[in-house]
Write a protein that binds this ligand. Structure first.
Ligand code: GLC
Ligand code: CA
Length: 539
């Protein structure tokens, strides 16, 4: 499985910042973040060491699913601004050497989209086959939504009921089900072309690429993935020719498949490959506490071997052809701060920011924003998503500086606790999480072995045991990273090194005694060293 091209060179040292636009910064006092707000904060974002943005959907939408239900793919939603504002945001980012990636909701539209409204009509028209319709309102076995249209049939939703799936065809249509169209069907081909037009439109306006929503959902009945591979490679080849710098990032959580299909980056997150879950959990089932049996657990109940086997398999299969991202968080699962102390986050970030691949920081994670408990659903966020989407905490002004609107008008409530972290307070404290984040990203840049393209190898990683120590290496330069998420002090013997220079640490030490290296770690600690001349650890 060869990718058609190496990923664009700018990804070699890219660091992304994910912005949930409604909650980032409100410049016109309506209680909702906007594009001018992102422009206003670009210098701050850049000060983190970030080189690129990913914005959650900013397009016209009835906002049943926070904008993942688009009713006009070519228009910025008025609440965020105009297409001109987006153009300005891209230009301002580019002026700073930063890139802007948009969210491409490829698999579905809103049921309010004119294409779908036309498609739902009983009369045959241009859009009749743009969505996946069964041929009878009585066909129930498919999961189709029935009885919602004058058209006799049911449509397949891609996610929520109001998100009908766009028709990318069936890889192997069932001959008995005439409504399953082959991928070669003219309507399916028209949908494909339309998606290309959408990408072209935003690339021409200044965007640098896309995070593709539910990237593996497009072709149906595609067990071996051949249909998806063909589809994404079609886009990738076109981009390679016309927009070689443009990147495709997938929400797939299966790097081998995603990168083999032409994506440059795949998120390893909370579904499919269990790696991310085994590492960090997502605090879903624990209802406020950290899930058990994840590696980053003070009780030490996790097993790093479970993370590593899945991670290494994917890493080896994709190295040099694309990147894996282990994000600090995203808009779909509780922040890792839930049920954890700030110190735990320091250890987590020490690892996430020294792993291969492209780091992604979810807005607010750099200051350790909390998951806000007990909020009701907002725009389809439901449980486990709402508390992750609250306004960014900038300073001690009204609404934490997010907006001048009366608090009742805010998109979601602000974390109003006195101890709630803010950017302003953490800016002043050299030891803050914000400044640790910055230092870790500086290290990543100064020591390319720690960066996106360096190799990765466990040095100390025992089944059901702590700590985890790994080596990053590039062109002969080596770094070691050790993390102890548990509340126990630990001491282990590591292979000998000729020298070790501490780059950043929290209560961890590496000492040389004869031919042995001893790693001593206090509870909840980490260390990062540049090492020289390791013996007894043949590569
Ligand atoms: C993705 C998005 C999520 C959205 C869903 C449907 O998983 O990240 O927020 O609800 O797709 O578009
Ligand atoms: Ca606003």
């Amino acid at each position: 499985m060869k990718n058609t091209h190496p990923p664009p060179a700018w990804l070699k040292d890219a660091v992304f910042y994910q912005i949930y636009p409604q909650s980032f910064y409100d410049t016109n006092g309506d209680g909702i973040g906007d594009l001018p707000g992102i422009i206003a904060k670009l210098d701050y974002i850049q000060s983190l060491g970030v080189t690129a943005l990913w914005l959650n959907p900013i397009f016209t939408s009835p906002f049943g699913d926070a904008g993942y239900d688009i009713s006009d793919f070519y228009q910025v939603a008025p609440r965020y601004g105009t297409n001109r504002d987006l153009q300005r945001l891209c230009a301002e980012a580019h002026r700073r050497g930063m890139r802007v990636c948009l969210d491409l909701v490829a698999g579905h539209s809103s049921n309010q989209h004119p294409w779908f409204l036309a498609s739902a009509k009983p009369e045959k028209n241009k859009y009749s086959d743009w969505y996946v319709w069964t041929d009878s309102a009585w066909t129930s076995e498919t999961g189709a939504v029935r009885g919602c249209s004058e058209r006799d049939g049911g449509y397949l939703p891609n996610f929520f009921c109001f998100q009908p799936a766009l028709n990318y065809g069936h890889a192997k249509p069932d001959p008995k089900k005439k409504w399953q169209l082959p991928v070669t069907h003219p309507a399916v081909q028209a949908v494909r072309r339309e998606l290309k037009n959408i990408m072209k439109f935003w690339l021409d306006l200044g965007a640098d690429g896309f995070r593709v929503d539910m990237a593996s959902s497009l072709v149906r009945g595609d067990a071996d993935g051949a249909g998806l591979r063909e589809l994404w490679r079609f886009y990738r080849q076109w981009l390679d020719r016309d927009y070689p710098e443009a990147v495709l990032i997938s929400e797939w959580s299966n790097p081998r498949r995603a990168i083999g299909s032409g994506f440059d980056i795949d998120f390893m997150i909370h579904f499919n490959e269990p790696a991310y879950y085994k590492l960090l959990g997502t605090a879903w089932e624990a209802g406020g506490g950290v899930a058990t049996q994840v590696f980053f657990d003070r009780q030490g109940r996790g097993d790093v071997a479970e993370f590593l086997s899945s991670y290494l398999r994917n890493f080896r299969a994709t190295r040099g052809r694309g990147y894996i991202s282990l994000p600090t968080g995203n808009h779909d699962f509780p922040r890792h701060s839930r049920g954890r102390a700030e110190r735990d986050l320091r250890v987590i970030y020490a690892m996430l920011f020294t792993m291969p691949g492209v780091p992604f920081i979810y807005y607010g994670d750099e200051i350790g924003m909390k998951y806000l408990e007990n909020l009701t659903s907002k725009e389809g966020s439901y449980q486990n998503r709402t508390g992750t989407r609250t306004p960014m905490q900038w300073d001690s002004a009204r609404n934490a500086g997010f907006s001048t609107a009366p608090p009742a008008k805010l998109y979601l409530p602000v974390d109003g606790r006195a101890a709630a972290p803010t950017v302003a307070r953490q800016e002043r404290d050299p030891q803050s999480l914000l400044n640790l984040t910055r230092r870790l990203l500086v290290l990543r840049r100064r020591h390319p072995a720690l960066g996106n393209t360096g190799d990765f190898r466990p040095v100390y990683a025992k089944k059901k045991s702590y700590p985890l120590v790994y080596e990053r290496r590039l062109n002969g330069a080596r770094c070691w990273v050790a993390v102890n998420p548990t509340n126990r002090p630990l001491q282990v013997t590591l292979p000998a090194v000729a020298g070790a220079e501490k780059l950043e640490a929290l209560d961890a030490d590496l000492t040389k005694r004869g031919t042995k290296t001893t790693l001593t770690m206090k509870p909840v600690s980490f260390g990062i060293w540049s090492v020289a001349g390791t013996r007894g650890s043949a590569h």
